[in-house]
Design a protein around this ligand. Structure first.
Ligand code: HEC
Length: 135
């Protein structure tokens, strides 16, 4: 039987194209799994949180080593807060609880020494993200 070069040639081309498509899919999946987008997103949120924390005057009561402030010590220092299991003596240390506490400390524990500073929910979430980077 004589060879049929053209169909064979076509099949080869198709095979090559398919393996490139396969490779592209694999590269895409690996890139999505690493997701550098997500990390820059969180880092940007934490950075916004750091700025907000300074603007709201949290440092007038809370010390954080690398940040300027009177280090007055009315509230507990916030260095290493990501390592604490419980915050404000009663809440499991999750990002949601941190944000809730920062936005509404008087609602959570009426009469405690930390005042409501008027932090918006968005800012509270950013500050919580920043605090969770302090370990
Ligand atoms: C007037 C002083 C004061 C200001 C201003 C203040 N806090 Fe507090 N904060 C406290 C005190 C006191 C506590 C301890 C409350 C308790 O445990 O009952 C506390 C507790 C906390 C805790 C829990 C810490 C832990 O380890 O238990 C976090 C987090 C926190 N503050 C964040 C903030 C942030 C963020 C701001 C600014 C938006 C802020 N605070 C502003 C006094 C203050």
């Amino acid at each position: 039987m004589p060879p049929h070069p053209r169909p064979a040639h076509h099949r080869q081309r198709l095979g090559a194209v398919l393996s490139w498509v396969g490779l592209a899919v694999i590269v895409g999946v690996v890139a999505a799994a690493c997701d550098p987008e997500e990390e820059t997103g969180d880092a940007a949120l934490a950075e916004r949180g750091e700025e907000a924390l300074i603007e709201y005057g949290c440092l007038s009561c809370h010390a954080i080593d690398d940040l300027p402030g009177p280090q007055g010590g009315v509230g507990p220092p916030l260095d290493g807060i990501a390592e604490r299991r419980v915050i404000a003596g009663e809440l499991p240390n999750t990002r949601e609880n941190l944000a809730a506490w920062i936005a509404n400390p008087q609602e959570i524990d009426p009469g405690n020494v930390m005042p409501d500073v008027g932090v918006s929910d968005d800012d509270a979430e950013a500050i919580a993200e920043y605090l969770q980077s302090l370990d």
